[in-house]
Ligand binder design. Structure first.
Ligand code: PNS
Length: 168
């Protein structure tokens, strides 16, 4: 049984993330989508909200588990006896940071292989941050996030008074 972990902030999950989730779920027996909780990073949505949105938009996929964690990815990886870390790559600008994280994770645990999936066309220019900005200023996000969570995102973004959280 091959288990992969797809970690991220998912603040919120976008169509780009969902494309990676769908494709990765076909490559592995089990895919754990892991909402990473970083106390140094301000998010718009709580971990519970982020997990809940991902669960709703992946409910048709049988081999998906959605979880959250506030520790090192590699500790979670070992706890779950996982085989692979999945990352989505958009532009070259993602590469240096992702390459660094893959090397650090491999150094911390030799078994931890990172597999990069290239984003699809829409996912290439999409980010959670863009989605939040569009929603905050009343733009249409329906092509960028899964249908069932559009209202959650609009409501969540509007409760913001501190625009600092749009940076994440
Ligand atoms: O969606 P993001 O914010 O680009 O995801 C980054 C994430 C959550 C994958 C990364 O920050 C992470 O793995 N955090 C967990 C803590 C950790 O293990 N940090 C060291 C990784 S080198």
């Amino acid at each position: 049984m091959r288990t992969a972990i797809y970690p991220g902030s998912f603040d919120p999950v976008t169509c780009g993330h969902l494309d990676i989730i769908r494709r990765a779920s076909k490559l592995f027996d089990k895919l754990i989508v892991l909402v990473s909780v970083n106390p140094l990073k301000t998010t718009c949505f709580t971990a519970e909200e982020r997990v809940n949105m991902i669960r709703r938009v992946t409910k048709d996929l049988p081999n998906i588990e959605v979880d959250s964690d506030n520790g090192l990815l590699i500790d979670y990886f070992n706890k779950k006896n996982a085989d692979v870390i999945i990352k989505g790559l958009r532009a070259m600008s993602d590469f240096e940071y992702e390459f660094q994280m893959a090397l650090v994770n491999k150094d911390l645990c030799h078994k931890a292989e990172t597999v990069f999936l290239c984003a699809d066309a829409v996912g290439t220019f999409l980010s959670s941050s863009m989605v939040k900005q569009i929603a905050l200023f009343g733009g249409d996000i329906t092509s960028y996030v899964p249908h069932g969570i559009v209202e959650d995102i609009v409501k969540g973004v509007r409760r913001l008074t501190d625009k600092e959280t749009l940076k994440s």
